[in-house]
Design a protein around this ligand. Structure first.
Ligand code: PLP
Length: 466
């Protein structure tokens, strides 16, 4: 089916915009930002909630978010939204720090003020407290590791052709600074026709490892931001281990979406965002450094100091251990870090496995309904167990290289129907002359089946009049 130039019904698409509950929620949101002290709601103990999988339960979760009810926010891949109690605690802690800058009333414990926070979140990620750094974001984590590694001319770094600038930018620095060769692996890209399997991804990495000498690092996204494909991270790390190559995983989209277990995955470094799917405040992230970086000393035994701590005020104090050295970058934003921790606690109480299952359930619904309603649209996110994530990328238009038209489609979807999604651009094949463009939809724990139904209905409606 081609894009239809239709002069069909000019029915009011604005009727899709939801207004009914907007005022109430806007009230909550306004007060949260206005500095007016509100009576805090009693904190919900998510462990105590019965039937933690029922629709009623997820409705209760949804109510914890102050997102504008007149629109449906489906761009968590760019940034998330703090739950109400997290926002309130954040605001209170900001006031406390402003009022008592000297000792912060001992609210965050003793120097370096984050030890308790780290201990609270580490088990939820299958890590020890001395392996978790509360970073600023994924970019911060990736830059700290890539720019800290002691590369030399002739070293090879394997990465993929679908990485984010948060990785490609520091990779470009070490390429020019040290003469490192950065090799982009051609990832299999699902285009809706041929099947893809986890094995296809593992083979792509295996071939690249076997084709290159002196591979010093593998950097890849657990979920690519371009197509929303989840890569078999554990298997790729296992392959790397067989060749004594350390792994650095870009987990911008997995923290808060997947039930992560870093020990089980056995990567060396994992950099993720706190502000996206984990719904913490801006400039928060999680950085995992396995076992004080000790395995790196083993793999890189020919280099005296494989990892320089380039983003630390304590790089000279080796006796403190890498976690504390990397955590301490001077005075920090403790209220923001605490807010991230509160959000993590909510996720842990609900159960990260349940959250992952719920996100994938909604994502599968989204992919299935879109493919059914618009069979000629191109789907770039596999609807396949093990490769699926909470991101859905697809393009309903016949010319997938037409960025302008797709951007207009995205904008009209927001302005006329109230669904907020974004676009992404990528090359299906590394040597493609053109970019392919797609809409990218995020489904999260604060969505429900009706949100997905509404989105698909809106896309179809817009498509037939576009
Ligand atoms: C795959 C990937 N990596 C890194 C980033 C950067 O994330 P942050 O803003 O947390 O640094 C993004 C942001 O969208 C991303 O999609």
């Amino acid at each position: 089916m081609s894009d239809k130039e239709s002069n069909q019904t000019n029915r009011s698409r604005r009727s899709f915009l939801k207004g009914a509950t907007g005022a109430v929620v806007a009230g909550v949101s306004a007060s949260a930002f206005s500095g007016v002290v509100q009576a805090q709601q009693p904190r919900i103990d998510w462990n105590q909630q019965r039937q933690r999988n029922s629709r009623r339960f997820w409705r209760k979760v949804k109510k914890q978010f102050v997102l504008d009810r007149r629109t449906t926010y489906m761009n968590i891949g760019t940034t998330g939204s703090m739950p109400k109690h997290v926002l309130e605690g954040y605001e209170d802690n900001n006031k406390l720090v402003a009022k008592y800058p000297w000792d912060m009333k001992n609210k965050f414990g003793s120097w370096p003020y984050v030890a308790e926070m780290v201990a609270d979140v580490a088990p939820g990620f299958g890590a020890n407290p001395d392996e978790i750094i509360l970073s600023r974001n994924t970019t911060d984590g990736l830059c700290s590791i890539i720019n800290g590694l002691h590369f030399e001319p002739g070293d090879v770094i394997l990465t993929t052709h679908h990485e984010h600038i948060a990785a490609t930018s520091p990779l470009n620095v070490v390429k020019h600074r040290f003469g490192v060769e950065v090799v982009e692996i051609q990832l299999p890209v699902f285009t809706g026709t041929e099947e893809v399997t986890q094995q296809d991804y593992i083979e792509a990495f295996r071939e690249a490892i076997e084709a290159h000498q002196n591979v010093r690092l593998i950097v890849f996204s657990h979920i690519t931001y371009k197509t929303g494909t989840a890569l078999p991270a554990k298997e790729i790390c296992s392959l790397a281990k067989q060749h004594q190559i350390p792994t650095l995983v870009d987990g911008a989209h997995t923290v808060g979406m997947f039930d992560l277990d870093f020990h089980d995955m056995d990567c060396d470094f994992y950099a993720g965002s706190g502000h996206k799917w984990q719904c913490g405040p801006g400039a928060t992230g999680i950085l995992y450094v396995r076992d004080n970086g000790n395995r790196l000393n083993e793999y890189w035994s020919d280099r005296d100091n494989p990892l320089w701590l380039i983003n630390s005020s304590l790089s000279h104090a080796d006796h403190l251990g890498k976690q504390l050295q990397m955590q301490y970058i001077g005075n920090d934003n403790y209220p923001a870090k605490q807010a991230l921790v509160e959000s993590c606690k909510m996720w842990d109480e609900i159960g990260r496995d349940r959250i992952e299952a719920r996100i994938l359930e909604l994502s599968q619904q989204c992919k299935t309904q879109l493919s059914y309603a618009l069979p000629d649209a191109k789907m770039y996110s596999p609807n396949v167990e093990g490769l699926m994530s909470g991101l859905t990328t697809f393009n309903p238009l016949s010319d997938v290289t037409d960025k302008e038209r797709l951007t207009l489609f995205r904008d009209r979807l927001r302005e006329e129907y109230g669904y907020i999604v974004r676009t992404t651009s990528f090359k299906v094949h590394k040597d493609d002359a053109h970019q392919t463009h797609a809409l990218r939809i995020s489904t999260h724990l604060f969505h429900d089946e009706r949100d997905v139904d509404g989105l698909v209905e809106a896309i179809v409606d817009l498509y037939y009049s576009f």
